[in-house]
Design a binder for this molecule. Structure first.
Ligand code: UDX
Length: 426
C-alpha cells in the first residue's frame, strides 16, 4: 500500500482495464474485479485479454499495485471509490440495458463509506435513480470516459477535460474523485450528476453530427464540383468549427457513436421530445454506409455475378473492433445485389465470421483483389496505401475501378495509372 488513495475498478473490459492501468501508473493501488474467472486468471498471469496500444506494458510495469479478483468482498475493505466500468449495451427497446450496472449496485449494497463512480455510459437520470434506490446509503459520482479506441491510454493520461458530477450532499466523494485527476493537469468540470451524464451523450452526439454534416456536404460537393477535403480544410481553420471530425467517408461506426446517438434520441423521445436533428444524423449515416454501392453500379451496371473486393473490415484502423462497422452493411447489401464479395483486414476479418454473410475472407489484400471487378476501400489501414497500385494491384484486377470510401488513396497516382477513381465528395 502507498499513501495515494486506493481505488476499486468493477468490470475488467476495455474501459475498466485502461482506468486500472492509468490509475496504477499514477501511483494508486487498484483492486480490479470481474465476474469472469478466465479473465481474472489471465490478468493475474500478466496476459491482457484485449488489444490497446500501451495497455499491456502499463499493466505489466505496475503489476505490484494491481490486484485482480472475482469477489466484490475483496474490493470493499480495500477501496472506497469504486469505478463502475461494466458495459451498457443497447436493449431491444433502444434504451441502454442497465442490468449489469444494477447488479453492481446490489452487490456493493448499502455503505456510506463507499461511492460508486460511474464510468459506464448511462442514460441521463441513472445517477438520480440509483441514489433514490440506495436511499443515500452509498455515495455516487458521475465520471464519464471520453476514450478513443487505439489511443485510450494516451487519452486517459492527456484528457481535454475531466468531468466529475456529484451532488452537494455527497460527503466529499466528488472532490476525492477530482483529486485523483489533478496530476493530469487538465481542466476539471465540477458539475451535477445529470449534467455530467448529459455531457457524455451530447459530446458523442455532437461529434456524430459533425460527421454526418460533412458527409452531406461531400455528397452535394460531388454534384456541384467542389472537393470536400478542401472544403473541410477551409472550414476547420475557423476556431469555432475546428478541424477534427470533418473527414468525409462511409459513415461512423464503432461501439459508441451509433449507440450513444440512438440512446440520446430515445431518452428525448421518452420525455415526449422528438429530437429531429439526431433522427437525421442517424439516417444520413445509414445512407452513407451504402453509397459505395451506387458508385459501383454507375460503372459496372448490374452487380449480379460481379466480384467485389472490400479492403478493411474494422470500424476504423488500428483496431480489430467490428461493431457497427460499415464493412458488414456493405458486404450484406452487395451480396443481396447478387455480387460475390471478398474481404481483407489486417486483423479484424477473423472476428467477423458469419456477420459477413457468404463473403470470402481473403489471406491478403492482393488475394482479395485478385480477379475482382472493383475494389472498395472501407477502412483506412496504412498498409492499403502502400500497395503497388501501379503494378501488382492493376495486374490482378479484372477492371481498374476503385471506390475510395475514406478519401485515403492517392487519387492522382491512381488516375495517372489508368484507374477509374471514385472518392467521397472529391
Ligand atoms: C468515440 C469517441 O471519440 C470517444 O470520445 C468515445 O468515448 C467513444 O466513441 P471511438 O468509437 O473509439 O471513440 O472512435 P472515433 O475515433 O471517435 O471514430 C468513430 C467513428 O467515426 C469511426 O467509424 C470513424 O471512421 C468515424 N469518423 C471519425 C469519420 O467518419 N470521420 C471523422 O472525421 C472522424
Amino acid at each position: 500500500m502507498n499513501d495515494r488513495e486506493p481505488i476499486g475498478v468493477i468490470g475488467a473490459g476495455w474501459v475498466g482495464l485502461v482506468t486500472a492501468a492509468c490509475f496504477s501508473e499514477l501511483g494508486h493501488d487498484v483492486y480490479v474485479r470481474d465476474i469472469l474467472q478466465e479473465k481474472i486468471d489471465s490478468l493475474s498471469r500478466g496476459e491482457v485479454p484485449i488489444y490497446e496500444p500501451g495497455l499491456s506494458e502499463m499493466l505489466g510495469r505496475n503489476s505490484e499495485r494491481l490486484h485482480y479478483t472475482l469477489e466484490m468482498a475483496d474490493l470493499l475493505p480495500n477501496a472506497e471509490l469504486l469505478f463502475c466500468c461494466v458495459d451498457t449495451p443497447p436493449s431491444y427497446s433502444g434504451d441502454a440495458d442497465l442490468s449489469r450496472v444494477n447488479r453492481v449496485v446490489e452487490e456493493v449494497g448499502g455503505s456510506t463509506d463507499h461511492a460508486l463512480v460511474m464510468k459506464s455510459t448511462v442514460p441521463v437520470g441513472t445517477g438520480r435513480s440509483i441514489r433514490r434506490t440506495a436511499n443515500g446509503a452509498i455515495g455516487y459520482v458521475s465520471n464519464p470516459e471520453f476514450l478513443k479506441e487505439g489511443s485510450a491510454v494516451n487519452d486517459f493520461m492527456n484528457p481535454d477535460r475531466v468531468v466529475v458530477g456529484f451532488e452537494d450532499s455527497d460527503d466529499g466523494f466528488g472532490e476525492r474523485v477530482a483529486a485523483l485527476y489533478e496530476p493530469l493537469d487538465a481542466p476539471i468540470v465540477h458539475t451535477d450528476v445529470a449534467s455530467a451524464e448529459m455531457i457524455k451523450l451530447a459530446s458523442n452526439a455532437f461529434l456524430a453530427t459533425k460527421i454526418s454534416f460533412i458527409n452531406e456536404i461531400a455528397n452535394v460537393s460531388e454534384e456541384l464540383g467542389a472537393n470536400v477535403d478542401e472544403v473541410a480544410r477551409g472550414m476547420g481553420l475557423d476556431a469555432r468549427i475546428g478541424p477534427q471530425f470533418l473527414r468525409a467517408g462511409l459513415g461512423y461506426g464503432g461501439s459508441c457513436f451509433p449507440k450513444d446517438v440512438s440512446a440520446l434520441k430515445q431518452l428525448a423521445g421518452n420525455t415526449g421530445y422528438h429530437f429531429q436533428l439526431l433522427t437525421s444524423v442517424i439516417e444520413v449515416n445509414e445512407l452513407q454506409k451504402r453509397r459505395a454501392i451506387g458508385k459501383l453500379q454507375k460503372h459496372l451496371g448490374s452487380l449480379v455475378g460481379k466480384e467485389i473486393a472490400l479492403l478493411g473490415v474494422a470500424f476504423k484502423p488500428n483496431t480489430d473492433d467490428i461493431r457497427e462497422a460499415t464493412s458488414l452493411v456493405l458486404a450484406g447489401r452487395l451480396q443481396s445485389e447478387g455480387a460475390h464479395v471478398r474481404v481483407y483486414d489486417p486483423i479484424a476479418s477473423g472476428r467477423a465470421g458469419s456477420l459477413l454473410g457468404g463473403a470470402r475472407v481473403a489471406e491478403s489484400a492482393l488475394d482479395a483483389i485478385d480477379g475482382a471487378d472493383a475494389v472498395v476501400l472501407v477502412t483506412e489501414w496504412p498498409e492499403f496505401r502502400e500497395l503497388d497500385w501501379e503494378g501488382d494491384v492493376k495486374q490482378k484486377l479484372r477492371s481498374p475501378l476503385v471506390v475510395d470510401g475514406r478519401n485515403f488513396l492517392d487519387r492522382e497516382l491512381l488516375t495517372r495509372a489508368g484507374y477509374t477513381y471514385e472518392g467521397v465528395g472529391r
